[in-house]
Design a protein around this ligand. Structure first.
Ligand code: G1P
Length: 290
C-alpha cells in the first residue's frame, strides 16, 4: 500500500538554533552534506508519497529553492562530467514527486499547521513527518507504520520508549490495558501532550511520524488552543480516539531529535559513523591520532 500524500510542517522559526536560523531554516541544516528535510522527504517517498505538502513560511524561501531545479548548475555539472553530483541535486526518486507549498501565516501549533493541508490532502490517508526527528532504520520508520496502517486502516503513530527524565518533552500515550501485539502495535485509550513525569500515563512517547485518515481534520477543528495559544495535534488525536481506533507502533531503529543541539550533534556523528571514511576520521580525532 502507498501513502501518496505526505505533510511536512516546517514553518517554525527554529529559535533553538539561533543565530544560524536567522538566515537558514533549521530544516536546511545539514547532516554531513544533506539537509535534514531531505531525509524526511526520502522517508515519505519510501512509503509511497507522490506529493509532498510543505506547511511553510514565506520567511523560509530556501526550502522551496532547494526542491526546485537549478538549470545553470545542472548544465555546469553535466559539462564538467560531475554526474554523481548531478544525481545528488536532482535525485531520481524525486522525478515523479510533486512538491506543494502552503504558507502558515501564524505560528499556531502543529495541529493548526496540519489543518492547512486539508484541501491538498483530499479524501485519502496521508502521513505527517516532523523533519526534526531523524530516523535511521531499514525499513524506514514510515514504512513500518504504513505496514501497521495497511492491516486495518486505523490511524497509526510511531512511538518509542523514553526515560522518565525526558518524558515531559513528548506526547505520551495511554494503552488503557491494551497489550502490544507481536508487531509491537496497540490501540491507545488516551494521549497527553508533554505531561510531567509524575502524571505521564506510560513511558511510550510519540515520535514524529503519523498516518491519519482525513477524519483527523474534523477533530483538529474542534480543538481549543492551549495556554500558549497553540492548537496541538495531540489534543486532536485525543478526540480521534473517541471516533476511530488509534494505534501506536513501537518502531525498530534509531531516532535522533534534531530539534535540539545535542540531538543534532548525535545525529551527525551517528550518520558519519556509518560511513567508513568519516568513521575513521572521527576515531582519529577522538583518539588524538590525526
Ligand atoms: C511534537 C509533538 C509531540 C511529539 C514530538 C515528537 O512536539 O507535539 O507530541 O512527541 O513532536 O518529536 P515538538 O517536538 O514539536 O515540541
Amino acid at each position: 500500500m502507498k501513502i501518496k500524500k505526505a505533510v511536512l510542517p516546517v514553518a517554525g522559526f527554529g529559535t533553538r538554533f539561533l543565530p544560524a536560523t536567522k538566515a537558514i531554516p533549521k530544516e536546511m541544516l545539514t547532516i554531513i552534506d544533506k539537509p535534514l528535510i531531505e531525509y524526511a522527504v526520502e522517508e515519505a517517498i519510501s512509503a509511497g508519497a507522490e506529493e509532498i505538502i510543505f506547511i511553510t513560511s514565506y520567511t523560509k524561501p530556501a526550502i522551496k529553492n532547494y526542491f526546485s531545479r537549478v538549470p545553470e548548475l545542472e548544465k555546469q555539472l553535466k559539462s564538467t562530467g560531475k554526474i554523481e553530483l548531478l544525481e545528488k541535486i536532482q535525485p531520481k526518486i524525486f522525478e515523479n514527486v510533486k512538491f506543494t507549498y502552503i504558507n502558515q501565516k501564524e505560528q499556531k501549533g502543529l495541529g493548526h499547521a496540519i489543518l492547512l493541508a486539508e484541501e491538498a490532502v483530499g479524501s485519502d490517508a496521508f502521513s505527517v513527518l516532523l523533519p526534526d526527528d531523524l530516523f535511521i532504520s531499514t525499513p524506514s520508520c514510515l514504512e513500518q507504520i504504513r505496514d501497521s496502517y495497511s492491516q486495518n486502516l486505523q490511524p497509526t503513530i510511531a512511538v518509542n520508549r523514553i526515560d522518565k527524565n525526558n518524558i515531559h518533552k513528548y506526547g505520551v500515550v495511554d494503552l488503557g490495558g491494551n497489550q502490544l501485539n507481536k508487531t509491537n502495535t496497540a490501540v491507545i485509550s488516551n494521549i497527553i501532550e508533554k505531561p510531567h513525569a509524575s502524571v505521564a500515563p506510560s513511558d511510550i512517547a510519540v515520535a514524529g511520524r503519523y498516518i491519519f485518515n482525513p477524519t483527523i481534520f474534523e477533530c483538529i477543528k474542534k480543538v481549543e488552543a492551549d495556554n500558549s495559544g497553540e492548537i496541538q495535534i495531540t489534543d486532536a488525536i485525543k478526540l480521534l480516539t473517541k471516533i476511530e481506533n488509534v494505534q501506536v507502533k513501537i518502531f525498530d531503529g534509531e531516532k535522533y531529535d534534531c530539534g535540539s543541539k545535542d540531538g543534532y550533534l548525535e545525529a551527525t556523528i551517528a550518520v558519519a559513523m556509518k560511513d567508513p571514511y568519516y568513521s575513521n576520521k572521527i576515531k582519529k580525532i577522538i583518539t588524538g591520532k590525526l
